[in-house]
Design a protein around this ligand. Structure first.
Ligand SMILES: Nc1ncnc2c1ncn2[C@@H]1O[C@H](COP(=O)(O)OP(=O)(O)OP(=O)(O)O)[C@@H](O)[C@H]1O
Ligand SMILES: [Mg+2]
Length: 285
């Protein structure tokens, strides 16, 4: 794994202030046996140190192992070799870990409020406290007026907000997000990015956010981890000042430089990956 330094050297930012390591992957391997008996090595020796309150974006071609990293971090699956620790202990699914899936995974027969309350059932809270907590987080994502609406009555962006509120309501230390905004239109996506950043500032969870979008990674993250074929290829510190969701930032030469670096890096990964549908194509034609 290498840390990329951009021209100008000390523009590589240090880790966030409270740089106590929270989540560690140490030489983690994970293989899956396919129904035909063949073995698929999804994660092939990943080591990562993620600090408390750090916002990390995972980026890389389809199939390189991003979702598998989140599932390992959550304790939904366990590594074949190597170790994963959160605060020194193996991860376990639970309220300490918020998971936002790409598909919203809302319960269709429960309204927005009830979807969140269900997720809180494993906590030691009274019914009234659960209801109060659900209301609070619906309000935080700007959906208090839709508490009684069922998923089918909500737009894609609203469903995504309910899914975010549900993950936040457990007040997790670690928020794992798998391409959460991929299905949103550009405008809603940007609004949700702003929403997420303001919630992150207030609640300070550690965030691991999977995205295919270079721009999204650059506006959100302290650190971008570039993955390829089950390994970490590079760790890039994003030293751009915040707030970043501004017109000025999109024109800032530092933003453009990091954007073009990442864009080319990922395009090359896709074009040189024999497993990719775009392998060997000349995209300039
Ligand atoms: N449960 C499973 N059984 C078998 N193979 C799996 C399983 N989960 C993942 N894989 C394989 O592991 C590799 C990594 O998958 P993963 O879902 O982590 O990729 P990804 O980077 O999230 O891709 P995408 O960007 O398309 O979501 C892929 O080759 C995938 O087919
Ligand atoms: Mg995935």
């Amino acid at each position: 794994m290498s840390v990329v330094h951009f021209p100008g050297g000390d523009r590589v930012a240090p880790k966030p202030q409270a740089s106590k390591t929270l989540l560690t992957f140490a030489d983690v391997h994970k293989r899956f046996v396919q129904p035909d008996g063949s073995v698929n090595t999804a994660i092939d020796g990943v080591s990562l140190d993620i600090a408390e309150r750090e916002f990390v974006a995972l980026i890389g071609p389809s199939g390189c192992g991003k979702t598998t990293i989140l599932r390992l971090a959550n304790g939904l699956i366990v590594p074949d070799a190597g170790s994963i620790r959160i605060d020194g202990r193996p991860p376990e699914p639970g309220p300490d870990m918020g998971f936002v899936f790409q598909a919203f995974r809302l319960i269709p027969w429960a309204n927005a409020q009830a979807n969140i309350e269900f997720a809180l059932e494993s906590l030691d809270l009274s019914r009234a406290e659960r209801a109060e907590r659900a209301r609070h987080y619906l309000d935080l994502v700007g959906l208090s007026r839709s508490a009684k609406a069922y998923p089918a009555q909500l737009s894609g962006g609203m469903k995504q907000r309910v899914a975010l509120a549900r993950a936040l309501a457990g007040e997790p230390r670690v928020l794992l997000m798998d391409e959460p905004f991929a299905s949103l239109d550009a405008q809603t996506r940007e609004l949700m990015q702003g929403e997420l950043l303001s919630i992150w500032r207030r609640l300070t969870p550690t965030v691991v956010f999977v995205t295919h979008s270079v721009d999204e990674a650059l506006v959100l993250a302290d650190t971008i981890v570039v993955m390829g074929a089950g390994t970490v290829l590079e760790t890039i510190r994003v030293d751009l000042p915040r707030p970043r969701l501004t017109v000025e930032m999109r024109a800032d030469p530092r933003f453009l430089e990091q954007r073009s670096y990442l864009w080319n890096r990922i395009r090359d990964l896709v074009l040189t990956d024999p497993a990719s549908e775009f392998f060997g194509r000349n995209l300039n034609e």
